[in-house]
Design a protein around this ligand. Structure first.
Ligand code: BV8
Ligand code: ZN
Length: 270
């Protein structure tokens, strides 16, 4: 992370909502034409979706998420990894977008050039009203054939996972018989070139870059914040905890997505 000149401005928005947002942030946001938001698992936390840093629960308690989100894990035990993704997909299916997702969609309507980039594989941004979301790490509801690459249509009802170990054999491609894999980007795999190119371009042109709900540990997604800083953007971090980006962003709003983001909209455009 590139340290910014001048002191980082942190305001504590952990208390109940209604903590006013720093007026300089609101004025900067209101005046901006090109605004970019980068989100991570934290924006879905208040919808009940565990983040990557949260301890795994239930049948996958003894595994680290980052261990399971790899091609090697899928090769070694396809039924364990496919079962994990189906269990996560069911959790997303049952979840609802939260006030943070909806505030991001509302912001897009108020900004001339708005880009939403997410590391998340859920569809809560779309269900919260956002359009044209750049998914850098793929989408959990879009599995594909490992061999011919065609998308695989999942059944609408959630399949039964084995109650003892959560395993579920992955299905096979109707066209070539190849094995179906989750439609996400695993560790060690490259990001999809089109969303990644658009995300870099947006960060480099941004006037305001808001990073929300990410530990900023996973690369190369986290490098977008540095690209925005290098381009002279005003950078704002929304997170209840310290992260890798704390020492480089210009403003920190210490609070959760579902509390801070609606407040930011209200104080900026009301
Ligand atoms: C690649 C899909 C190379 C799967 C995911 C430098 C350059 C390039 C690569 C690397 C590099 N250094 C290291 C690497 C390797 C690796 C990497 O980054 N490792 C890390 C762990 C060090 N990167 C890769 O492998 C990437 N691939 O670069 O390929 C290459 C190059 C050329 C040719 C071939 C190959 C691919 C990375 C993508 C991995 N896939 N997801 C799945 O979901 O199962 S990443 C995964 O982590 C999720 O997408 C998740 O979103 C993401 C990041 O985590 P966060 O979103 O930040 O979530 P986290 O839990 O960490 O933090 C949550 C945050 O929310 C916290 O800060 C918390 O405080 C906050 N929070 C909590 N509650 C709230 C909240 N915030 C707001 N409100 C709340 N209520
Ligand atoms: Zn196929």
């Amino acid at each position: 992370m590139i340290p910014t000149a001048g002191r980082v401005r942190e305001t504590d928005n952990m208390r109940a909502a209604m903590t006013p947002i720093d007026p300089e942030i609101c004025a900067t946001l209101r005046a901006a034409t090109r605004v970019v938001i980068l989100t991570g698992a934290g924006v879905s936390a208040e919808s009940g979706i565990p983040t990557f840093r949260d301890k795994q629960t239930g049948l996958w308690e003894r595994f680290e998420a980052a261990e399971l989100a790899t091609p090697r894990a899928f090769e070694r035990d396809p039924a364990l990894v496919w079962g994990w993704y189906e269990w996560r997909r069911a959790a997303v299916f049952r979840a609802q977008p939260n006030a943070g997702h909806r505030a991001i969609a509302a912001m897009a309507a108020r900004v001339p050039e708005f880009t939403l980039i997410t590391q998340n594989v859920d569809d809560l941004h779309e269900r919260g009203g956002s359009r044209d979301v750049l998914h850098l790490h793929g989408e959990i509801a879009s599995p594909r054939c490992e061999v011919c690459g065609i998308p695989h249509a999942l059944p609408s009802e959630m399949p039964e996972l084995s109650p003892t170990d959560g395993r579920l054999e992955p299905p096979h491609c109707e066209s070539c018989g190849g094995r179906i894999r989750p439609g996400v980007v695993w560790f060690g795999e490259s990001l999809p070139s089109a969303p990644w190119a658009r995300a870099r371009e947006a960060a480099r042109r941004s006037e305001v870059f808001l990073v929300c709900g990410t530990s900023s540990l996973v690369q190369p997604a986290a490098s977008l914040t540095d690209m925005a800083i290098a381009a002279g953007a005003a950078t704002i971090q929304v997170n209840p905890h310290r992260t890798e980006a704390d020492d480089s962003v210009r403003f920190i709003l210490r609070g959760t997505a579902a509390t801070v983001l609606p407040q930011l909209i209200a104080d900026t455009w009301s």
